[in-house]
Design a protein around this ligand. Structure first.
Ligand SMILES: [Zn+2]
Length: 462
């Protein structure tokens, strides 16, 4: 009986005379019902296919995403993200690209002045971050002001504020500039070079600020220079210069030292470096150039965090350069010529680009130093360069030879070794530190505001 029933049902199913529901009832269907059932089954089949295809697509996408994340985690430093869309500028040369030097630093905390944390694992979720040129990340929550990004009135302009403003500027003027990390310092900060100029430009000019820690007021000057130059280039006023000259703005050549000078011992990331600084502090106190108050001592700090005066560390007359015998807050030339990361980074940049000039911004005495012992055409060009800056600032023009300045300095190296015109601009500062920057700022800024245009116009024509 049962066999007969199943045979009957199979027969009905083969001939599509009943559907699933009616099968149980064994009910015969009209041709119209059969047609509808057939359509229903076809629709179900098609929907099933679509569902399976969608599921497959989702699985593939998830897999690709997973592989991408893993590859980024593994090889992030070797493969910095490409420039944001719309940007057309590439690094000045392969050698100056951040690829080999950049260590991705953790994102800043909500406090602009806070030091970066030591562990990259503490960084917020990557999905909410923007990575810029592989150098660092910033929260997309951070919004640039509508108007000027770098403030005109003085504030104690620190490393984190500088990076944030560079991030905003490179975003706003992405067609005209890019930020490159030249190196990571001993205590883990980036030496940032903002390059403004066409990849096809024939010449490179280097302007560096705050190689001496306590002279950090010039970092804000440098950032104002960068901003006003970008405004000028993007408005078309100096687009012809942009085509011909790449300007390397290095607003904080010595970020470790500047941070120590501004925030003291608590700002040091590496415990070994901090222990060494405390040893140096004790030694400087004994030598009469310290300060029993740690913050008072740090604020007068001039060297990098390893106690090397970077402006005595360059490989030009280094052997005969005097100063402190051991690491100190000031005047120690280092264990060997060009021993420091900062010095090496600048020399490497100069050698890997078509460097046609260098300007060093210091803060001691309202002077433009030139004349480093050259002759002939270079002597004449250097004199004209100093003159161009004197005309804008009203500063005194002074020969380093006549005033018996030390060798081993950055400008010495550029003009005497690399053979390009170089000057040292000394803003404000009246032989006492820390200078009363707040009081000095208005006049200092006023005098230096247009120096960037004097420099860009000068090197466009020379
Ligand atoms: Zn200086």
């Amino acid at each position: 009986m049962a066999d007969d029933k199943y045979r009957y049902l199979e027969e009905l199913e083969r001939s599509e005379r009943i559907d699933g529901a009616n099968r149980r009832k064994g009910k015969r269907l009209s041709p119209e019902q059969r047609r509808r059932n057939k359509q229903r089954r076809r629709r179900k089949r098609i929907l099933g296919y679509i569902g399976r295809v969608l599921l497959l697509v989702l699985l593939v996408a998830a897999f690709v995403g997973l592989i991408h994340t893993v590859m980024k985690r593994i090889g992030g430093n070797e493969n910095p993200d490409p420039k944001p869309a719309g940007s057309t500028v590439t690094p000045a040369s392969e050698e100056t690209s951040p690829a080999e030097n950049v260590t991705e630093t953790p994102a800043p905390t909500s406090e602009p002045t806070a030091e970066p944390t030591a562990e990259p694992t503490k960084a917020p979720q990557e999905s909410s971050m923007v990575r810029i040129y592989g150098a660092w990340t910033y929260s997309t929550d951070a919004q640039a002001p509508d108007g000027e990004i770098v403030p005109e009135s003085y504030l104690m302009y620190d490393y984190e504020r500088m990076r944030q403003d560079i991030y905003f500027l490179t975003k706003r003027y992405s067609d005209y500039c890019e930020a490159v990390s030249l190196a990571t310092t001993a205590d883990g900060r980036e030496i940032v070079d903002v390059v403004v100029g066409s990849p096809d430009a024939e010449k490179d000019l280097i302007i560096q600020y705050s190689i001496h820690a306590r002279e950090y007021i010039n970092t804000q000057i440098g950032m104002r220079h960068l901003q006003s130059y970008l405004q000028s280039v993007s408005s078309g006023e100096r687009s012809h210069i942009w085509q011909n000259l790449r300007i390397h703005f290095i607003p904080m050549m010595n970020p470790d030292g500047v941070t120590l000078s501004q925030f003291g011992f608590d700002s040091v990331n590496d415990p070994e470096i901090l222990a060494n600084i405390k040893t140096i502090w004790g030694r400087d106190n004994e030598a009469g150039k310290g300060d029993p108050d740690s913050m008072g001592y740090c604020s007068r700090w001039k060297a990098n965090m390893l106690g090397v005066d970077l402006n005595r560390n360059f490989d030009i007359g280094w052997e005969t350069t005097g100063g402190s015998a051991a690491a100190s807050c000031t005047r120690y030339k280092g264990p060997s010529a060009a021993s420091e990361i900062e010095t090496q980074a600048l020399v490497k940049l100069a050698k890997n680009t078509n460097c046609v000039g260098q300007v060093a911004y210091h803060s001691e005495g309202n002077v433009v130093y030139w004349d480093y012992g050259t002759t002939g055409e270079l002597y004449e060009t250097d004199s004209a360069l100093a003159e161009a800056v004197v005309n804008v600032t009203g500063y005194r023009k002074a020969s380093t030879i006549a005033t018996d300045q030390n060798l081993g300095g950055c400008s010495d190296y550029f003009i005497l070794v690399l053979g390009v015109p170089a000057i040292t601009v000394e803003t404000g500062g009246w032989y006492d530190w820390p200078a009363d920057y707040e009081a000095e700022w208005p006049a200092l800024y006023d005098r230096n505001r247009d120096v960037i245009f004097a420099l860009s116009d000068f090197f466009y024509n020379h």
